[in-house]
Structures are given as C-alpha cells and as structure tokens.
Design a protein around this ligand. Structure first.
Ligand SMILES: [Zn+2]
Length: 63
C-alpha cells in the first residue's frame, strides 16, 4: 500500500483546500423566451421570469 513519504506541511494542505473553498460567481444562462438571466437546467423563474423551460410553460406566472 502506498504510504506518504513526508508529512505534508500545513500551508501546503491549506493552499490545496483553499482552491476548493474559493467563492465563484454563479453561472447563469439566458432565457430563450424572454432573454432574462436564468440558471442552467432550471425553469425561467424569479422576478420577471416567464416560467418556461425548453419553450414549454412549466410554471404559472402571476400577471
Ligand atoms: Zn424567461
């Protein structure tokens, strides 16, 4: 079984973990119906959303 030769330093461990903990901006796409911002693989909801997913009405919008 493979065994680490040297103990990894605290800074090296934390430097690696910091990469995973980094804050990244939320990836968004554009709605094909209304052009508003929307999350990928989600229906177009939220303020001003048209409530569609793949050009199909899936969420009732309050009008
Ligand atoms: Zn939309």
């Amino acid at each position: 079984m493979a065994v680490p030769k040297k103990r990894m330093s605290r800074s090296r461990t934390r430097r690696r973990k910091a990469e995973a903990m980094k804050m990244r901006p939320v990836r968004t796409g554009r709605c094909s119906r209304c052009g508003g911002p929307k999350l990928p693989h989600r229906a177009c909801t939220g303020p001003g959303g048209c409530g569609t997913y793949r050009n199909r009405q899936v969420v009732e919008t309050v009008s």
